[in-house]
Structures are given as structure tokens and as C-alpha cells.
Design a protein around this ligand. Sequence first.
Ligand code: FES
Length: 285
Amino acid sequence: MRRRVVRLIEAQEWWARPVGEWNQRWLAAAFGAAGPAKDLLNGVWLGHPVHPAVTDVPVGALTVAAVLDMTGHRRAADLAVATGVAGMVASAVTGAADAVDTYGRSQVQATVHASLMVGSLTAYLASLGLRAAGPAGRPLAVALSLLGYAGMAAGAYVGGELAYGSGNMVDRHAWRAAGARWRRLDVAELPEGALVRAKAGAEPLVLYRAGETVHALHATCAHAGGPLDEGTVVDGCVRCPWHGSQFRLSDGRVVHGPAVYDQPAYEVRAVEGGLEARRLPAPID
Ligand code: FES
């Protein structure tokens, strides 16, 4: 089934790509003007994306609303629909903050996902209006809610494909073990104040020397795999060249999103004829 759905999503590229790019432009301007709001909505403070947590509210409330509608509990159903609509609005805002940094296949999927959710929200808003207007419009209100539910379920499937199938907003280092082994680096000399790419075994690292201290992070950005060694250093952090996430050089802690996960950090020691590195434990505070 998944293959068919993926093909169906990909067939939407002709309209989803230009719409996604257009949305990305105005959303980037809006979130840029809002300053740290985007970090808040992405989930930098939480160490986890906020959007999938918020979406549980409308999915739960609107499922309950459907059951209550079917069993004739009108007032409770109306309250559940209102709760679900509020949850959908919050989900739309957090989802938009994540969608700003999607490209290619992920951007198409994000646009299809968002379009289905907007359609669903529109149906639920119309349903809510009819529910408030009185009993005459009740059958249509319930029908619109069911239509909205179908749209939400389809949108949730596409959202799941975006996260689990395309790896959007997942930790790129989830399977990388800490390990206590020192590994030889393939560089011996480090110029001061410059980002240098090096290999520790199979792992690419980015090194930065400040005086006698050598900082080392994994070179693959936790957000979407950008090359941190091609980034810049800002206030003790390395800034990813792709979407601007910032990680503290001293311990890999994420300081600005869209990344919400920390970057693996390494300690470096001088040995005869060169340098060695080994993974540090993840920061706790
Ligand atoms: S790849 Fe997106 S911020 Fe680094």
C-alpha cells in the first residue's frame, strides 16, 4: 500500500512544488521577522520537534468527536470538535515552522500534507459554524466533520511518510554509538580559528582550534545532513551552511534550529605524530 501512496504523493509534484516554494518564501520572511519564535516552534528548547506532539491533540479530540456524533452526544461532540479545531490551528503553526526548511521530495510531501490538513480544517470550521447555528444544520455539520476526519487521516498518513519515510526532522545521529575508543585523525596540523574537516575512522568530523583547545563535532548536521565544516563560527558555535542551525563547539549542544537534536561532540588529544578523537557523552543540562 505504501508504494501506491508514495506514487500518488509524487504525482502531485507539478502543483505541490511551486506552491511549496511560494509558501516557503513568505513563511521564511514571517518567521525571520519573528526572531526566536521559530526556535520555540521547532522545539529547540524541548530537544524534540514540537509539531508531532501537538498533532496528538486534534487527532484525539476529533476521533472522540466522531464517536460522540455517532452516539448522539451532541454537546460533548461540539466541544470535542472545538478542541480539535484549536489543536489543528496550533499544529498548523508548528508544522509551518518545520516546513520552512524542507526541500525537494520532503517539500512536496510537506505541501501535500499541509494541503490535506487545511482542507480538513476548513470542513471542521464549517461544521463548527453549523453546529453553533442550531439543530437544523446538524446532519450537514456531522457530514462535514466526517469529511474533515477523512482529510485529517490522509494528511496524517502523508505526515508520517514525511517523518518516517523521508527522515524529516529526525536525528541524523540516532544510531551512532558513543563508544570509548580513541581513533586516529587523518590530520596532524590545525590552523587556529578555522573549521577543518577530518576523518576519525569512517566518521567525518569538523575541528576548530582556539589557542590550545581543539573542539570537534561530527561534521554531518543533525538536522538534514549539511556539512558543518563548510559553515561559519558564530559566538562559540558552528553555524550550518544549509539552514543555519547552530551547535556549541564545546559540547555540540543545539543553540538555534531548525535542528532540535544535539550534535555528537568529541574530545581530541595529541599523540605521537598526530591527533586522536573519541566521542564525548551527550550533554546533560
Ligand atoms: S542541514 Fe539543516 S541546518 Fe544543517
